[in-house]
Design a protein around this ligand. Structure first.
Ligand SMILES: [Zn+2]
Ligand SMILES: [Zn+2]
Length: 390
């Protein structure tokens, strides 16, 4: 019997866990019921379970044989602040929250793999199963690392997986190097001198300075970044003024930028700073810039060569090499698994969630994880462990 067929026997369990998690979604650092559900299952499978890293994170350990090789597998547990519009029986019971990114499926697949591996133990070494909180914008992976994740669980390498609605079911996509972009936010406060709208010469107009600045920021990608590199800079908020006939004292701008290398990331941040200083000086307006004022910003999700080769072998063993896209276009989206890849060599892979007419994109109020792929994803984890820990 093939591994995927064997895991089909676990399919009903995984689907049940997945739909339970879907029904009771919890958002960043508040995944207490989710974490307890997962911890209880892992304890029931006979794993050694640790809770509390990154507030709600769960790490379980499973060893077999006598090798000191150690591999870490990571799933995310958190939901989004989105009002679900699905009507099926297991739709979200928590108003304004839903699993619209498939983290319910990620947790269920890793639980399935943990159950299978605890029953078969057909490997030589130690597996750390990481269930992290707060992937959506709150950098739960970073919090777990700061709380001592890799000191307490010293993995040699770390692997992550995310479903991708544009990829057909039974397919994977993975490549070495950058898979997902870095993500940074910025906030610029321009402060001029308020005045009557009919007498602009008696003040310093922060709105006109902001308008020049917004236009100038658009030249960073077209004139500063190498055309062979990908990057995007977007202003997403403008706040200023509250009446018709007065120039306000200040303007608040907020925005984001994304790219695929640390060099470009530094270049963009430096250029933003440079343009803000230069343009505001020209308009006699003072300026304050804050990078990532609320969140950590995410680094580039960068797969290392050797671990990508292992991931490719494991995925090919499950679905056949012809069903693994080895040259996917990197996504301008971002992923806090990138923080783990800064600490350890590793690989992040996409699993197809199906590209049928009815499937919708991640973060859509009609999205639902495709239960048909649970066995495929769990089989990938099992193969990865069995092929790495020999
Ligand atoms: Zn997401
Ligand atoms: Zn996600």
């Amino acid at each position: 019997m093939t591994l995927t067929n064997e895991l089909q026997q676990l399919h009903a369990d995984m689907r049940h866990w997945r739909q339970h998690l879907h029904q009771f979604p919890e958002t960043a650092f508040e995944e207490t019921q989710t974490a307890q559900f997962i911890a209880d299952k892992l304890t029931g499978f006979g794993l050694d379970v640790h809770q509390g890293l990154g507030k709600t994170g769960v790490v379980a350990t499973l060893s077999a044989g006598n090798s000191d090789q150690k591999i870490a597998l990571r799933a995310d547990m958190d939901a989004l602040f989105i009002q679900e519009q699905n009507t099926f029986s297991y739709k979200s019971c928590h108003d304004g929250k839903m699993h619209a990114c498939g983290h319910d499926g990620h947790s269920a697949m890793l639980l399935g793999a943990a159950k299978y591996l605890s029953e078969h133990r057909n490997f030589n070494g130690t597996v750390y199963f990481i269930f992290q909180p707060a992937e959506e914008g709150r950098a739960g992976a970073k919090q777990m690392i700061e709380d001592g994740l890799f000191e307490q669980f010293p993995a040699d390498c770390v692997f992550g997986m995310h479903n991708f609605p544009d990829i057909p079911t039974g397919h994977f996509a993975v490549k070495a190097g950058a898979m997902m972009a870095s993500f940074d936010c910025f906030e610029i406060t321009l402060t001029g001198q308020a005045t009557h709208a009919a007498m602009p010469h008696l003040g310093n107009d922060a709105i006109v300075a902001a308008a020049q600045l917004i236009t100038a920021l658009q030249t960073i990608v077209s004139r500063t970044v190498n055309p062979a590199d990908s990057a995007v800079v977007s202003i997403t908020q403008i706040h200023a003024g509250n009446t018709w006939n007065a120039l306000p004292e200040s303007v608040l701008l907020r925005g984001t930028f994304r790219c695929f290398s640390a060099t470009v990331k530094t270049l963009i941040a430096d250029k933003i700073t440079h343009l803000v200083k230069g343009i505001c000086a020209g308009f006699d307006v003072s300026a304050e810039i804050r990078f990532n004022p609320e969140n950590a910003g995410y680094p580039v999700t960068f797969n290392t060569d050797a671990e990508t080769a292992i991931a490719l072998k494991a995925a090919s063993a499950v679905v056949g090499e012809e069903c693994v896209d080895q040259q996917p276009t990197p996504s301008m989206g971002s992923e806090d698994f990138a923080f783990m890849l800064q600490e350890k060599p590793g690989c992040y892979i996409w699993i197809g969630n199906g590209s049928s007419e009815n499937s919708c994109l991640l973060h859509n109020p009609h999205y639902d994880f495709n239960d048909d792929i649970l066995s495929v994803g769990a089989a990938y984890w099992v193969k990865l462990v069995e092929m790495t820990l020999v």
